[in-house]
Design a protein around this ligand. Structure first.
Ligand SMILES: *Cc1c(COP(=O)(O)O)cnc(C)c1O
Length: 376
């Protein structure tokens, strides 16, 4: 992208899932899923259709409702297999979850039409798609409910959203989890920012509170009977657990402030720029190809998913070079015999970062590292 076209893209409005409808900011995407299922009245005896290619964190909210997850197939590039989805609908089916993997939109009109035809609810999973649009609408517009994971996109310690363009959220009330949580969320977000080396101005202003963090922690722990861990949900500590005690807790003051300050158009333009730079530079290298041939207009990629022929060897080499990688769906909740494509994707997709805060030299470094690793 040239400098001037970049400036144009960065100043055009960009839409987020919060633009799709009414919303509640909670502490994780899985809490939002649980709230959506609760609002839909999902209960024992019901089934919820879940993609065979999934994050294990999508399943515990279904089990919490005492419902049964039923896995449906995806295609080789992770699009919803609509015929397989339809074939799994029966009298017990209450809802279907559809995921926009890596920020790439699913084809929503036929999925919405199928749900309407059978009278089942649609939960649109925007955990990888906080920003972006499809067919002229923000992602999150098609579901009876949409859910998002803001902590996957912003430098915050916790955060998710429940959104609805179609239903009232009046019954979904959330309140602060308390001063200890607010403080933990703020300090941990700042610490993440520093670890990443990206908040120099704030760093200068706040070195004192950070140095005091250990002492504060000691005080908080001493003042409580409950283990200090309960101050924050374990969804923030790379666990797949779901803890119903966080259902009625609002996202922290700090995280909500960061969302207000965020500039989605800039984030989208930068992520697209990094994605396209990686796409161009990595084309034609042996043993890898991008999962998607094209970056659709309006998409804001979460990461750059690569399909590797020999993923274990490449993963080890990239790790040794210090490349931060994501392996979505590795492991899956259930090694789904249901879907060979899901098993293939869980094994073969390695994702490179295309985060908005990467500098140009860091993207160059990524490209070099991948070249070294595949040509080794
Ligand atoms: C991470 C993730 C979730 C859950 O989000 P959390 O904020 O981690 O609870 C849901 N769906 C998908 C596809 C995810 O990757």
């Amino acid at each position: 992208m040239s400098a001037s076209s970049f400036r144009r893209a960065a100043s055009a409005p960009a839409r987020t899932v919060l633009d799709a409808g009414a919303h509640r900011l909670v502490t994780s995407g899985r809490v939002a899923i649980a709230l959506a299922l609760r609002e839909l009245g999902v209960q024992a005896g019901d089934t919820v259709l879940v993609p065979a290619y999934h994050s294990p964190s999508m399943i515990p909210p279904v089990l919490w409702r005492e419902a049964t997850p039923v896995f449906y197939r995806v295609g080789p590039d992770a699009h919803v297999d609509l015929a397989d989805l339809a074939a799994r609908i029966d009298g017990r089916t209450r809802a279907v979850m559809v995921t926009h993997y890596f920020g790439f939109a699913q084809d929503m009109a036929p999925i919405r039409a199928l749900c309407d035809a059978y009278g089942i609810a649609l939960v649109e999973d925007c955990a990888h798609a906080f920003i972006g649009e499809h067919a002229g609408q923000p992602l999150g517009s098609w579901g009876d409910y949409a859910i998002a994971s803001s902590m996957k996109f912003f430098p915050i310690y916790e955060g998710g959203a429940l959104v609805s363009a179609r239903r009232s959220l009046d019954n979904v009330r959330v309140h602060s989890a308390g001063a200890g949580f607010e403080m933990k969320a703020a300090l941990n977000s700042l610490e993440r920012g520093f670890a990443y080396g990206r908040l120099p101005a704030v760093q200068a202003a706040l070195w004192l509170p950070l140095r005091a963090k250990g002492a504060l922690w000691g005080l908080l722990k001493r003042g409580r009977r409950a283990p200090a861990k309960a101050l924050a949900p374990d969804s923030s500590d790379s666990s797949f657990n779901f803890d119903p005690r966080w259902l009625d807790k609002r996202s922290s003051w700090f995280a909500r402030g960061m969302l207000k300050l965020a500039a989605p158009a800039r984030i989208q333009a930068l992520r697209r720029r990094h994605y396209l730079r990686l796409d161009t530079a990595l084309r034609g290298l042996p043993g890898i190809r991008p999962l998607h041939a094209q970056l659709p207009d309006g998409a804001c990629p979460w990461v750059f998913p690569l399909l590797a022929d020999d993923p274990e060897a490449l993963f080890a080499r990239l790790k040794a070079l210090g490349v931060p990688l994501t392996r979505f769906g590795h492991p899956l909740w259930q090694d789904a015999d249901t879907c060979p494509n899901a098993a293939m994707l869980a094994r073969r997709v390695l994702s490179l970062p295309c985060h908005q805060e990467l500098r140009e030299q860091e993207v160059d470094w990524l490209v070099d590292a991948v070249r070294k690793a595949v040509l080794a």
